[in-house]
Design a protein around this ligand. Sequence first.
Ligand SMILES: NC(=O)c1ccc[n+]([C@@H]2O[C@H](COP(=O)([O-])OP(=O)(O)OC[C@H]3O[C@@H](n4cnc5c(N)ncnc54)[C@H](O)[C@@H]3O)[C@@H](O)[C@H]2O)c1
Length: 350
Amino acid sequence: MSFTYEALPMRVVFGPGKLSALPAETARLGVRRALVLSTPGQRDLAERAASLLGDLAAGVFTGARMHVPATTVADALDRAARVDADGYVAIGGGSTVGLAKALALRSGRATLAVPTTYAGSEMTPIWGITDNARKQTGRDREVLPRTVLYDPELTVALPVQMSMTSGLNAMAHAVEALYAPDGSPVVAAMAEQGVRDLATALPRLLETPADLAARTTALQGAWLSGACLGATTMGLHHKLCHTLGGMLDLPHAETHAVVLPHVAAFNLPSAPAARHALARALGAADPARALGALADALGAPRDLRRLGVRESDLPRVAAEVLARPYSNPRPVTRTDLTALLHRAWSRQAV
Ligand SMILES: NC(=O)c1ccc[n+]([C@@H]2O[C@H](COP(=O)([O-])OP(=O)(O)OC[C@H]3O[C@@H](n4cnc5c(N)ncnc54)[C@H](O)[C@@H]3O)[C@@H](O)[C@H]2O)c1
């Protein structure tokens, strides 16, 4: 066995009620005037964070949106300059954390992230900014939040269906990390536990969305899975989801939920260690089938057709995926990919 593992330099503070540590954690970063970032829908939470921060808050910017539009980045930078902010507190999902990353890239200022979904962006050095309908992406350690504060109490308000699809989105990071070319024992351990946590917690949350113990387990799984995403190179599943999302403007987490069982069924026969780890984590001999059954049990979308994809879109999606290389444990031919896309489009069993 040989591997390279590079730990990402983040401080993680985790636990119910930990939002109360926000002022101390912000001060610890040397930030004296934080601009609190959120989406319009999470304004109340952002204002709560700002009032907790007291003098450490310079203001609130609630303009975060999906895909990090360049105009939003410019507006936030302008706001930060006007209130003399010297750092950012991002409170929300991947869209808000994405804005903070773009601001860190442009300004070099420190960010503290408080995630409220299971997307995992806070654990990765991957940034994206959309300008004139083109999304530019890159990897840069400068964009990593210095501290991530996970408080499961903040996820209780996440709507049930979003909790399910966001949780499956997180699970997809862990699944692909298990067969990534740059995996390691550390990543494998995090990925297996991440899948176990999410598979245990999500059905409980479907029953009782306010179950704090299950919210805590799910957020732990999301953290571990996000850390896997940040540490490894993703394969066919993420390539397909990004292509589908980018070309057809599909919802992010739902697309992951539909595609995951199909890519797992395709890849796992060529990734025996990943298959064994997933079998243990899911308590099932056939993990790909178990992922499909879990998505069914959670009421997640199961076909691309329902997300608005037309059958006639599939060939150009396949062509785009095949046009650019990516790592994958099993070589992908046009015939394979077309068949996989049709199964995902029409909800055929894996
Ligand atoms: N760069 C990366 O490594 C990375 C990783 C994962 C996702 N992403 C990006 O993140 C985006 C998706 O993030 P997301 O799935 O977290 O969705 P999101 O951040 O777009 O949030 C969706 C909606 O849910 C609301 N919301 C979030 N948490 C809530 C809560 N606890 N209670 C009530 N409402 C809540 C938000 O305000 C928003 O309106 C995508 O654009 C994706 O590309 C990036």
